[in-house]
Design a protein around this ligand. Sequence first.
Ligand SMILES: [Zn+2]
Length: 317
Amino acid sequence: MYYTKKRRIKKGPIIVLVVIVLIIILVIVGINLYKHYTSDEYKLGKAGYDENEIKEILKFDDKYITYAIEHKYEDDFIPLMKEKYFMWKNYDNYIKYINDEYGDKKVDYSKVVSLVNVGANNEPYTHTKKTDMDKGYAILVNKYTSLPEKYAPDDIVEMSNWYAYPNNRIRNDVYAAFKEMSEAAKEDGYTLIVNSSYRSYEEQKEIYDDYEDNRGKEYADKYAARPDFSEHQTGLSLDIFSPGANMSNFAETETYKWLSENSYKYGFILRYPEGKEDITGYSYEAWHYRYLGNELAKKVYDSGLTYDEYYAYYLDD
Ligand SMILES: [Zn+2]
């Protein structure tokens, strides 16, 4: 006898299963849609950046990504952010400088970043501040950063005629470093001689006033620093020549070549290099060396930056 039982498919569980699968699919789709519309990519696209630009921006830190999302499209944003010495606190000033100075011209972003970082987007002797004396030998003095009023170091010593023309004085440690450098130069066959060194507030004032009285303020500002704004008043700067050389020919001498390649080993850097006049605010001075101490001098030398740029990026706080 046959006992047949038709195998019945139970529909209930299948419907439940289908519903569960559908819910799962919907949830997944929903999550993905949510992710898409809340993603940085989507928001940057909405802000006006294209696919390649978005890729670049996503490499930046979160705060910059947020900035790009929250502000309207700026075509200077990415090139500025990619600059090695970009400083976020200066962003608005970069944009302002670009708008003021470049118009439709091709923007030199490196230059914009350098100039604004050091404050040279402003006229010399405007927007000035006092230097931070706690920095010791690393203090910055330029046309935007001054010494305390009538500053005078308390460890100034007289330089011997062996190392300098008469009446040169300098800070003790700087003198020791210069002597060491001078001996090393001598061993390599070069003679160094200092013709200008520490200048007091009064001496600097006399030089500046003299220029100003005879040739006017513009001329004075071009050829002399204002008192309290001169590196010579720090007692950390020396004008170094070879015997017989002068301002017009020293840059062509072998002695200069030796100095430019070796001075950092003794704590000195070339302070006003060629081609950086806009940044330092000074003409190229092959003879003007600034003492920073060995460690910092090497870092600045290796960076290839002017001291103004180095200080703004690494030391200013
Ligand atoms: Zn000098």
